[in-house]
Design a protein around this ligand. Structure first.
Ligand SMILES: O=c1ccn([C@@H]2O[C@H](COP(=O)(O)OP(=O)(O)O[C@H]3O[C@@H](CO)[C@H](O)[C@H]3O)[C@@H](O)[C@H]2O)c(=O)[nH]1
Ligand SMILES: [Mn+2]
Length: 377
């Protein structure tokens, strides 16, 4: 396992370092089945839709619950950067958390089993992914070399074996796959039954469609880049919340020298959202993704952008410059991105670094950038 000692992680999966963020417009009954795995963690529930509806949190869970009135009260005029009637409202939970790691999950997801019939501990697996390095500069054909029972293969340069710090762990789904509305309409009965026992790093410079259903990340490293956009009621687009966050966060990870892993852990996604409703919500996004993806692929951030917040401000500026010609909506989105960073910084004031007396010191550079990185383990 490339010299990493992960003993203890399975038994004590950092319960004081992880917040679980759940956006919901339905009910939280799904938490009953998750008790063995999630009950030890603190929940941040973002209740979407009508705030007068009382939602019940299953007994025994430790939680904070925010509805739209709370978001308006806490953020004041800046609350307009948080989506309404879209799962993207979850990013409010990322902003109010004070923990190192976030795990976010949808309310129609359940515990999946691996092929041996064992229930999957999603958080333990995400933490393993996040606590071990990524390898974005060269692909390891046996996938994640930091998993037990595997290593770097022959021909893997020793100078790259240290890897880089992992910022995002993107988990997958059994049963209902994360398809767009047209694919759902064409294949209404398709189910994902294929459990692939693999975790891999998404290479540097490569984008991917990030789904928010089963996602963990290090908020200290990339929290400000995890903005789920301005979607839902009052906006021309929905359901691209996680996509927007995923493209931006990957560009930020590439810039700052962090890694993104995808693959295990799996959960069980139980409910297909209505494809006709989804098509209505998504149709502009289906067109715009042909411009949004090349936009992110061609983004080059300046050297001065050495924190996630600074990168994000630069991305906002470029969004306004390059995407407003696609639709005036992008100007509004770019402004909302700035508001998001302002709100983030207000709720997460910069910490003073005692050694250097510097505020928000730049992140440590990675090996590929020519500086030393010390691996744990
Ligand atoms: O207006 C809304 C709609 C939904 N939510 C909550 O968001 C998550 C995901 O919603 P849902 O299960 O309906 O959507 P899916 O199509 O199955 O999920 C994928 O779509 C993504 C885009 O938003 C999402 O990240 C994917 O997982 C549930 O918890 C809903 O309750 C909401 O808060 N407001
Ligand atoms: Mn769903």
């Amino acid at each position: 396992m490339a010299g990493y000692n992960l003993e203890g992680i399975e038994a004590a999966p950092l319960k004081d370092d992880v917040d679980i963020v759940i956006p919901t417009i339905r009910s939280l009954d799904f938490l009953e089945q998750w008790r063995p795995f999630l009950q030890h963690y603190h929940l941040i529930i973002v209740q979407d839709g009508d705030p007068s509806i009382k939602i019940k949190v299953p007994e025994g869970y430790d939680y904070e619950l925010y509805n739209r009135n709370d978001i308006n009260r806490i953020l004041g005029p800046r609350a307009n950067c948080i989506s309404y009637k879209d799962g993207g409202c979850r990013c409010f939970g990322f902003m109010v958390s004070k923990k190192k790691y976030i795990y976010t999950i949808d309310d129609d997801c359940f515990v999946a089993k691996d092929p041996s019939g064992k229930e999957i501990n999603v958080i333990a697996q995400h933490i393993k992914n996040l606590e071990t390095p990524s390898t974005p500069h060269y692909f390891n054909t046996l996938y994640d070399p930091f998993r037990e029972g595997t290593d770097f293969v022959r021909g893997y340069p020793f100078s790259l074996r240290e890897g880089v710090q992992t910022a995002i762990s993107h988990g997958l789904w059994l049963n209902i796959p994360d398809y767009d509305a047209p694919t759902q309409l064409v294949k209404p009965r398709e189910r994902n039954t294929r459990y692939v026992d693999a975790v891999m790093t998404i290479p540097k410079g490569v984008l991917y469609p990030m789904c928010g259903m089963n996602l963990a990340f290090n908020r200290e490293l990339v929290g400000p880049a995890m903005y789920f956009g301005l979607m839902g009621e009052g906006q021309p687009i929905s359901r691209y919340d996680d996509m927007w966050a995923g493209w931006a966060a990957k560009v930020v990870c590439d810039q700052l020298g962090f890694g993104v892993k995808t693959g295990m852990p799996y959960l069980w996604h139980s409910k297909a959202s209505n494809p006709f409703v989804n098509l209505k919500k998504e149709h502009k996004g289906l067109h715009w993704q042909e411009d949004m993806v090349p936009f992110f692929q061609n983004l080059r951030l300046s050297k001065e952008s050495d924190t996630a917040a600074k990168c994000y401000m630069e991305i906002s500026k470029m969004t306004k410059e390059k995407l407003t010609k696609v639709d005036p909506y992008f100007e509004k989105l770019a402004d909302a991105m700035v508001t998001w960073i302002e709100a983030w910084e207000e709720l997460n004031p910069p910490v003073k670094n005692e050694a250097s007396e510097e505020l928000n010191p730049p992140v440590k550079k990675t090996q590929s950038d020519g500086e030393d990185v010390k691996a744990k383990g």
